[in-house]
Design a binder for this molecule. Structure first.
Ligand code: HEC
Length: 158
């Protein structure tokens, strides 16, 4: 009898834990922002890391454009590769749990598309086609910035 009860409590606790983890995975650590956007709450260090990655994305975008202007496909591929999935894989796991699911999806799709630009540049696709791909990717930068901001703090205020 007693061990049955303990098992039941264990299963219950386990279910609650999974539910909480799932909730955070989907919602992330967010609060309403001060300008109509939703704010992702990160520690100061985590914010610095995300913003550094952002500046990397901007530099990569610029590098791709410069490569396209000069029809230098090697530079295009080098720049887009620097913003591909390989860099996304470095992001630390506590940040991942604080980012809401739609944010993660959008972020990952930008890195994936950068890899697609690398492949296209290496396979000799013409510059206008690469420019079109880049424009599609930049529209995701715009969409994400319109929806989210970053605030520093330790936990979401309810
Ligand atoms: C998944 C969401 C998301 C995507 C996609 C995204 N960003 Fe950002 N980016 C942010 C957030 C959030 C901030 C912080 C904005 C704020 O707090 O107002 C930011 C900030 C920045 C900054 C400012 C960095 C600093 O040092 O202050 C730059 C530059 C930037 N992003 C460039 C880009 C570029 C270029 C792309 C696309 C190639 C991109 N971002 C895609 C979410 C995103």
């Amino acid at each position: 009898m007693k061990s049955n009860k303990i098992a039941l409590i264990a299963i219950l606790l386990w279910t609650v834990t999974i539910a909480v983890i799932a909730w955070f995975f989907i919602r992330g650590n967010t609060v309403p922002g001060n300008d109509g956007r939703t704010a992702v709450v990160l520690s100061a260090d985590e914010r610095d890391l995300v913003l550094r990655e952002m500046r990397g994305l901007l530099a990569a975008t610029h590098g791709i454009m410069e490569g396209l202007i000069h029809e230098d496909m090697q530079q295009v591929a080098k720049s887009s590769r620097s913003a591909g999935m390989a860099v996304a894989a470095d992001v630390n796991p506590t940040i991942i749990t604080k980012l809401p699911l739609p944010f993660k999806k959008l972020g990952m799709s930008v890195h994936q598309e950068m890899d697609e630009i690398t492949k296209a540049a290496e396979s000799g696709k013409p510059a206008p086609e690469l420019m079109k791909m880049l424009s599609g990717t930049v529209s995701k930068c715009v969409a994400c910035h319109a929806a989210w901001q970053i605030k520093t703090g330790n936990a979401a205020e309810k």
